[in-house]
Design a binder for this molecule. Structure first.
Ligand code: ADP
Ligand code: ZN
Length: 732
C-alpha cells in the first residue's frame, strides 16, 4: 500500500483563527469555520457547527491561521474526549484508499454523545417467599430452577425453566419470588494472563514464542499464523494476547461476526478468567457507549469484535489479531467498502503494533505477502493431541446417483447409518438456505422472480414464504400458478437445507436432527444455544449452511458430508476456486476434532476438477501454487490492482447512458485497462439498475490517484444516478 502522510498534530488555534471541520456525512471535504473569541480548538475536538439551516456535529480536522472574516462561526465544543490522532489518521487513510467520502468514514469512528440520563438498573428475581397457593408444573419448574436463592435475571430464569415471563410474574405476585435490582455487569473486567496457562506442544510453543516476541517488540509487524483446523491457533494467539495484557496494553481480536459465539467467549473466559469486551452489531445502546468509554480510557484490555471494532478509540493498542483472515465477511460492501483485514494492517502500522492474521486457509493475498517475506509465516501443520486430519473421499454422483428428488448418494447414506450406529455425529453441509432455490410451474414454466432484483425467490417452507435473499422481499407461496392459474402445479427445484432435512427425516426417522442456518427461527440467542447443544452431543445429524462450517468445535462430529462440492466452482468469478477450496477445507475440518478420527465425503459431478483434486491430495501448497500462477498470468490481485465502479439508477436507460459516458471519459495509459460497461452481477438490486466498469492496473500504478483523476473529469451523475467505487472488489 502506498505511503500517506498526515497532518501535523501539535498546533492549536490562538485567539480567533479558523478551523477545518469534518462532518460525519457523505461529504469528502472539511469546511472552514471561524473560531469565536474565547474558544481554543485543536485537531480532534468535537464541535457543533452550523450547516445550512441546521446545527450539526463535526470534528476539527485542521487548524488554520487565516482570519475568518466572512466564515460562519463554530457554535461550540462538546465536552467529550477528542478523536485521537491515530483514529484521525485511520479515517484519512481509509478514505484515501477506498475513495469513500471522508465524512462517511468519520461516521464509522465518531463516538456518540453519551446519554446523561441515569441508567435504570435491570431487575432480577430471587426465591425468597413461601410456595404459591396453587402449584402448576410450570411454576414448579420455575421454582426448581431458582433453587438456592440466587438473584437471576427474569429472562434467564424463564429460559432455564422453559416457562413464559408471565409464570414468573405470577410467582412474584404470589410472593414466592422477590424482585431486586441486578448488579451492574462489569463491561471490562481485567483479564488475568496467568489464569489458566495451557501446556503447549513443542510446535505450538515455538509459534507462540514468535508471537509473544512480536508483542514485546512494540513495533509494527505482520505474522501469518497458518494452522490446520484443530491445530490450536486460538490457544497460540491467546499467548500473544496474554503478553499484551502483562504489558498493560490493549488487544483487539477481530472475528467474522458469525464466529463471535458463546463457544469462543467461554474459551476466552476459561483462559483469562473473564469475558472479553464484545463488539458487534447486536450490542446496542448503553453497552456500546460504556464499552467505548472503557476502551478510550484503557480500562478495557481485550476487545473481541466484528469488523467495525477497528474504528474504536483504543488508547494503547498493543496487538491486533484477525481470526479467519480469509473470510469474505471482512469486506464491507455497503457504504464505505473497506476490507477489515487490510485496514487492520493499516491501523497496526499507525499504532506501531503487531498484527496476527490467523487462518487454516489463508487468502491468496496474504499467502503471497508471506512468501515474499513481507509477513512472517508461522505454521502449525498438525492437529493438537496427535489427532489426524479427516480422511477425505469423493463420491462420483454420475455413478452413485441419488433417487429422483433426493440428494444423498448411496455412499453417503451408508456412512451416516454407520455413524448413527456408532453414536457419532454427522454434519451434512449444503450452502443453501431455505427449501429450494427456485420454484416453477410444471405446466407453464412460470418462475418466481424478485420484483426488485435479478434473482429467483427462494422457497422457505418453514416460514411458508418465498423470499429474496438479496433485498428481503417476502411473498406467500400461492396455491395456484399466478400465470396459468393451474392449481397445485408449483414444484420446487433443487435442494436447500430445509428440503434436505425432509430427506433426512425420511431416511433416518430415529435420528435427532437439526437444521442450522443464519435464518434460524428464534434468532441468534436460540441459535447460540443450539450450537452449544450440538457441541454437547444432543443431535445426531446437523444439516447446515456455511454457518456451521467454521469456527465451531464439535467434538463428537466424525463425519462431514458435502452435498454439492461443485456449488460455487461453476460461477465465472475468478475467486471461485479460492473460495470453494477454503470453504471445503473449513467444513471438512469440522470432522474428527474430538477423540475419534473423522472423515468427509464430498459429492461431485466433476471428480477431476483441479480444486477437488488438490483438496483430496491434502496438499494445499499445490493448490496455492496453481492459483497464484493463474492469477499472475491474468494480472489479477495481488499481482495487479483492481477496482469496480458501479453505476446505479432507477432506470436501465439512465444507468447505461451514464456508465457509457463514464467509460468515454476514462484516460488510457500504460498498464491501465478499463473494461465495460456491462451489467453488474446483480443487474437489478433493490429496484436499482446496475452497470459495472472494471479498472485493472499493474501493481506499480497508483490506482487511487488514477480513479480520483478520472472521477474529477467525468460527467457528474444526474437525477437518480449514483456511482459507487469498490477498490479490491471481492467478486469480479
Ligand atoms: P484451531 O483454532 O486451529 O482450529 P483450536 O485453538 O480451536 O484450533 O484448538 C482445537 C482444540 O484443541 C480445542 O479444543 C483446544 O482447546 C485444544 N487445544 C489446542 N491446543 C491445546 C493445548 N496446548 N492444550 C490443551 N488443549 C489444546
Ligand atoms: Zn430482491
Amino acid at each position: 500500500m502506498a505511503q500517506f502522510d498526515l497532518i501535523d498534530d501539535t498546533e492549536e488555534t490562538g485567539q480567533g483563527g479558523t478551523v477545518d471541520v469534518l462532518i460525519p456525512l457523505g461529504l469528502d471535504q472539511a469546511y472552514s469555520y471561524a473560531v469565536p473569541a474565547g474558544l481554543v480548538l485543536k485537531p480532534g475536538d468535537v464541535v457543533q457547527v452550523p450547516l445550512g439551516p441546521r446545527e450539526t456535529v463535526g470534528v476539527v480536522w485542521d487548524v488554520g491561521s487565516g482570519r475568518g472574516g466572512n466564515l460562519k462561526k463554530v457554535s461550540g465544543k462538546y465536552d467529550m474526549p477528542p478523536l485521537d490522532p491515530a483514529l484521525r489518521k485511520l479515517v484519512d487513510w481509509v478514505a484515501w484508499y477506498t475513495l469513500a467520502p471522508k465524512g462517511s468514514v468519520l461516521a464509522l469512528a465518531l463516538r456518540r454523545q453519551p446519554d446523561d440520563t441515569p441508567e435504570r438498573p435491570k431487575l432480577g428475581v430471587r426465591l425468597a417467599g413461601p410456595p404459591p397457593g396453587r402449584m402448576t408444573p410450570a411454576r414448579a419448574r420455575a421454582i426448581a430452577a431458582a433453587e438456592g436463592g440466587l438473584l437471576i435475571a427474569k429472562s434467564a430464569l424463564a429460559e432455564a425453566a422453559s416457562v413464559s415471563a408471565a409464570v414468573i410474574d405470577s410467582l412474584v405476585d404470589a410472593g414466592t419470588f422477590v424482585v431486586e435490582p441486578l448488579p451492574r455487569e462489569a463491561i471490562a473486567a481485567r483479564p488475568d494472563p496467568d489464569h489458566a496457562v495451557p501446556e503447549l506442544s513443542e510446535g505450538q510453543g515455538e509459534v507462540a514464542q514468535a508471537l509473544v516476541a512480536s508483542v514485546q517488540a512494540k513495533a509494527f509487524s505482520v505474522s501469518l499464523l497458518e494452522g490446520v483446523t484443530g491445530s490450536g491457533k486460538t490457544e497460540v494467539y491467546f499467548e500473544a494476547v496474554a503478553e499484551a495484557i502483562r504489558q498493560g496494553r490493549q488487544s483487539l481480536i477481530l472475528m467474522p461476526e458469525i464466529a463471535l459465539t458463546a463457544q469462543f467467549i467461554d474459551r476466552f473466559e476459561a483462559r483469562f478468567g473473564v469475558k472479553p469486551g464484545l463488539w458487534h452489531s447486536a450490542v446496542s445502546g448503553r453497552r456500546r457507549e460504556r464499552l467505548q468509554a472503557a476502551i478510550a480510557s484503557g480500562e478495557a484490555k481485550v476487545v473481541a469484535g466484528a469488523r467495525s471494532a477497528l474504528f474504536l478509540p483504543y488508547s494503547d493498542l498493543g496487538l491486533i489479531v484477525v481470526d479467519e483472515e480469509h473470510e469474505s465477511a471482512y469486506k464491507q460492501e455497503d457504504g464505505v467498502s473497506y476490507h477489515a483485514r487490510d485496514m487492520a494492517v493499516v491501523r497496526g502500522r499507525i499504532e506501531n503494533a503487531p498484527i496476527v492474521l490467523a487462518s487454516a486457509t489463508p487468502s491468496l493475498e496474504t499467502r503471497v505477502n508471506a512468501e515474499r517475506g513481507r509477513y512472517a509465516h508461522l505454521k502449525l501443520p498438525e492437529r493438537f493431541g496427535g489427532r489426524e486430519l479427516p480422511e477425505l473421499g469423493l463420491v462420483d454422483l454420475r455413478r452413485d446417483k441419488p433417487e429422483r428428488g433426493r440428494w444423498l448418494s448411496g455412499a453417503l447414506i451408508k456412512a451416516v447409518e454407520a455413524n448413527l450406529e456408532a453414536k457419532e455425529q454427522s454434519l451434512l453441509f449444503l450452502n443453501r438456505r431455505g427449501y429450494a432455490p427456485l420454484t416453477l410451474c410444471r405446466d407453464c414454466g412460470h418462475r418466481f422472480q424478485c420484483p426488485n432484483c435479478t434473482a429467483w425467490l427462494v422457497d422457505h417452507r418453514f416460514r411458508r414464504a418465498l423470499v429474496c435473499h438479496h433485498c428481503g422481499h417476502v411473498e406467500r407461496r400461492p396455491y395456484e400458478c399466478p400465470a396459468c392459474h393451474q392449481p397445485e402445479s408449483l414444484i420446487a427445484c433443487g435442494p436447500g437445507v430445509e428440503r434436505l432435512a425432509e430427506e433426512v427425516a425420511t431416511l433416518f426417522p430415529q435420528a435427532r436432527s437439526i437444521v442450522l442456518s443464519s435464518d434460524f427461527p428464534g434468532g441468534t440467542e436460540r441459535l447460540k444455544q443450539e450450537l452449544m447443544a450440538v457441541a454437547e452431543g444432543e443431535f445426531d445429524i446437523v444439516i447446515g449452511t456455511q454457518l456451521v462450517a467454521k469456527g465451531h468445535n464439535f467434538p463428537g462430529m466424525t463425519l462431514v458430508g458435502v452435498i454439492d462440492a461443485d456449488l460455487g466452482l461453476t460461477s465465472g468469478d475468478p475467486r471461485a476456486a479460492e473460495r470453494t477450496f477454503q470453504a471445503l477445507r473449513q467444513v471438512t475440518g469440522r470432522a474428527g476434532r474430538g477423540e475419534k478420527p473423522g472423515r468427509a465425503l464430498l459429492q461431485t459431478h466433476d471428480p477431476e476438477h483441479p480444486v477437488l483434486k488438490a483438496l483430496i491430495s491434502g496438499d494445499p501448497e499445490r493448490f496455492y501454487a496453481a492459483e497464484e500462477a493463474s492469477r499472475e498470468a491474468a494480472g489479477l490481485p495481488p499481482f495487479g490492482r483492481l477496482a469496480a465502479l458501479i453505476v446505479s439508477a432507477n432506470s436501465q436507460a439512465e444507468a447505461e447512458s451514464h456508465a457509457r459516458a463514464l467509460a468515454r471519459s476514462a484516460e488510457a495509459g500504460d498498464g491501465i485497462m478499463v473494461l465495460g460497461p456491462a451489467e453488474a452481477p446483480l443487474a437489478v438490486l433493490r429496484g436499482r439498475h446496475r452497470m459495472r466498469l472494471i479498472v485493472k492496473t499493474a501493481r506499480e500504478i497508483n490506482l487511487q490517484d488514477y480513479l480520483r483523476g478520472w472521477l474529477k473529469r467525468a460527467p457528474r451523475p444526474k437525477g437518480s444516478v449514483r456511482v459507487a467505487v469498490d477498490v479490491d472488489p471481492q467478486s469480479f
